[in-house]
Design a protein around this ligand. Structure first.
Ligand code: ATR
Length: 283
């Protein structure tokens, strides 16, 4: 019997055939992506490795040329490079083009293709982790920044009945709804929570040590699913209030896992080992 060069579940010994992927950001050392993707390679027995590259903004173009020259197979893209990558890749997927932002790059030959699946990761997490189909639902999205835009774009294409954007700066909500809302989204106020089925927080309120919630607890009700894009902490004040109100809750871990799984599939062409990827984040 020929021996498989490595056993499943173990990291591949690096070789002349190892394919390299990674994440570019600035800073990037707190990224969970290397742990998630290397766990996925180990679980599937792929001879791939994934590293974090801290790339200063003024060296982004050189870094992408380097990726072409070195034959790097794929890159995840995080802050502050998501917008700047749009002009530096050779082609864009439709969602990256609509959003004017790239969160992953696949190399095909000498060409770099920029994609954006942040919002799709959230919709996938809502479907498979919370068991909720957005089709036919009334959705309220808080925020109008970079994270919110990809969520608005994906939710507005999910079959939701209505999408209301609520933001501290109302003008930004109007622009985001017009630009990314697929003709369905509109700007509104927290009053729209009254009949909402799903509330999604895509603001930074509640992140890290911030004890605040973007929504008064009295506006939360048991018939809604409350989703927070934030995963640190795992339970924000918003999710604690939602649970106390009897609502279903979902934190940002699922989005991170599902968008990473999607990137893994796009880069490698094989199905993602979602439970191994989730186990790394949970640890
Ligand atoms: P990201 O890329 O993470 O989305 P961003 O583009 O800076 O970051 O967007 C941050 C979002 O959180 C915005 O919607 C912002 O509201 P404004 O558009 O009014 O700035 C929202 N946000 C941040 N701090 C907030 C606060 N203290 N209260 C309410 N909204 C806040």
């Amino acid at each position: 019997m020929p021996q498989h060069p490595q056993s499943m579940g173990q990291p591949a010994p690096l070789s002349g055939l190892t394919q390299l992927a990674g994440v570019i950001g600035h800073p990037v050392r707190h990224s969970l992506s290397p742990a998630i993707h290397n766990a996925a390679y180990a679980a599937t027995g792929l001879d791939w490795a994934y590293l974090a590259f801290d790339v200063a903004p003024e060296r982004l173009a050189a870094a992408l040329d380097g990726a072409r020259a070195l034959g790097i197979s794929g890159l995840s893209v995080t802050m502050p490079h998501k917008e700047a990558c749009v002009a530096l890749v050779d082609r864009l997927t439709p969602s990256a083009e609509r959003l004017g932002a790239v969160n992953c790059i696949k190399r095909v030959g000498d060409e770099l293709i920029g994609g954006n699946n942040d919002g799709d990761g959230l919709v996938a997490a809502i479907r498979s982790d919370a068991g909720v189909e957005l089709a036919g639902k009334r959705v309220v999205i808080l925020g109008a920044g970079g994270a919110a835009r990809s969520v608005i774009d994906a939710v507005a294409r999910s079959g939701a009945t209505s999408v209301t954007i609520v933001n501290r700066t109302i003008e930004k909500a109007v622009i985001a709804a017009d630009r990314y809302g697929n003709g369905l989204a509109g700007a509104g106020t927290l009053d729209s929570l009254d009949g909402a089925d799903v509330l999604i927080n895509a603001t930074s309120v509640g992140m890290g040590d911030d004890p605040a919630s973007p929504v008064p607890a009295a506006l939360l009700h048991p018939e809604m699913l409350v989703v927070d894009l934030i995963y640190a902490p795992r339970q924000t004040q918003l999710l604690a209030d939602a649970a106390a109100a009897g609502a279903a809750t979902l934190n940002g871990v699922g989005m991170l896992v599902h968008l990473s799984a999607d990137v893994f599939r796009w880069f490698t062409g094989i199905d993602a080992p979602i439970s191994a990827m989730r186990a790394v984040v949970d640890a």
